[in-house]
Ligand binder design. Structure first.
Ligand code: LMR
Length: 334
């Protein structure tokens, strides 16, 4: 039934491209799962503002934040069917639709900072990864940042042994699943929109996310502790339905591409600050104790998670992992 609804919406959406005129702008539905007041939410709003301006009224971008249209998994299905035209799912969410290569971004400690990330996303590997989306009916357009993940729970998470037996909500990534299993924890895949309630009711004991997501979802209100681990990265791939994108009149597509380029610069230019601000707000709320690791404790966490690299090598691809590390020029151990 849901498929039928999606298909009907898709037909209506594709008809709009063909029928665009000065009176009826092309509508781009841009769906996402986070709050408007986050790096992704703000970049999406900036894209809307600029695309509508550059296309001179011939495009209308409707941004749907907070899973108002679709949750994590449905979102990609809806894009493939053309029920929405644009999304920005996290890298982790492409594994389940068969593009496992994006899970390389989920490897623990693979990126030390955003400047290093940029070497990959702006380089040949970043371009090649985007091309992998085409056979799935998607056009990969840009990489948007969120930032680095932290751990939260009602227990103090300091040493690897503290994770034993704890249930953690995860995104649908086999690499993240391996990460928690390696720590002796129990990972549970769950849609982003359901995390707050799952933490509140104790369905899961903890979770990992960026400061901006933790704060805007109020997770800090239902978690006693947050440990500054920066152990992984969350970023997004901006994708469009391929048929839709290629079917737009060239001048309108060019306007959207220009808007997206500028929205990407804007969003990526301030994502780090937004996460810093969210951390400051969490501290100010006094609802969660922020725990910092010593250098030795950080080294112990890195060491404990290193077996993940071997474990997922056949899934993600060892040559891809090697190429990624070569481009960053860094080792996940420091
Ligand atoms: C999550 O599911 O935790 C994140 O991917 C949400 C997001 O889009 O930042």
């Amino acid at each position: 039934m849901r498929k039928m609804v999606l298909a009907a919406a898709a037909i209506a959406a594709l008809a709009l491209v063909g029928g665009a005129s000065a009176q009826s702008p092309i509508v781009i539905k841009f769906s996402h799962v986070v709050a408007s007041d986050t790096p992704k939410g703000k970049a999406a709003e900036k894209f809307k503002e600029l695309a509508e301006k550059y296309a001179d009224g011939k495009v209308k971008v409707e941004v749907y934040p907070n899973s108002t249209l679709y949750k994590d998994k449905e979102e990609l299905e809806a894009l493939q069917l053309g029920a929405v035209q644009m999304l920005a799912p996290s890298n982790s969410k492409f594994g389940p639709i068969g593009v496992r290569e994006f899970e390389v971004f989920d490897l623990p400690y693979i990126l030390p900072d955003l400047a290093t990330l940029r070497k990959v996303t702006d380089g040949p590997l970043g371009t090649r990864l985007l091309k992998l989306l085409e056979p799935k009916g998607m056009t990969g357009l840009a990489y948007w940042d969120n930032g680095f993940k932290q751990m939260t729970a009602n227990r103090k998470l300091i040493a690897p042994s503290d994770y034993k037996g704890m249930k953690f909500r995860i995104q649908s990534s086999k690499v993240i699943e391996a990460q928690f299993r390696t720590l002796g924890a129990i990972p549970q895949v769950m849609a982003f929109s359901e995390v707050y309630q799952a933490l509140q009711t104790g369905v899961v004991d903890g979770q990992e996310n960026t400061w901006s997501n933790i704060y805007t979802q109020k997770m800090h209100e239902v978690q006693k502790y947050a440990t500054v681990t920066n152990h992984g990265y969350i970023g997004y791939v901006v994708v469009a339905n391929k048929k839709f994108w290629e079917g737009m009149p060239p001048d309108i597509r060019a306007a959207c591409e220009k808007a997206l380029k500028e929205a990407t610069e804007y969003g990526n230019g301030q994502s780090a600050r937004e996460n810093d601000d969210a951390l400051a707000d969490i501290k100010k709320s006094g609802k969660t104790e922020i725990l910092n690791l010593t250098q030795e404790q950080d080294a112990a966490m890195r060491k404990a998670m290193m077996p993940v690299y071997k474990e997922v090598a056949s899934r993600v691809g060892q040559p891809l992992i090697d190429e990624f590390l070569k481009e960053t020029g860094r080792s996940p151990m420091n």
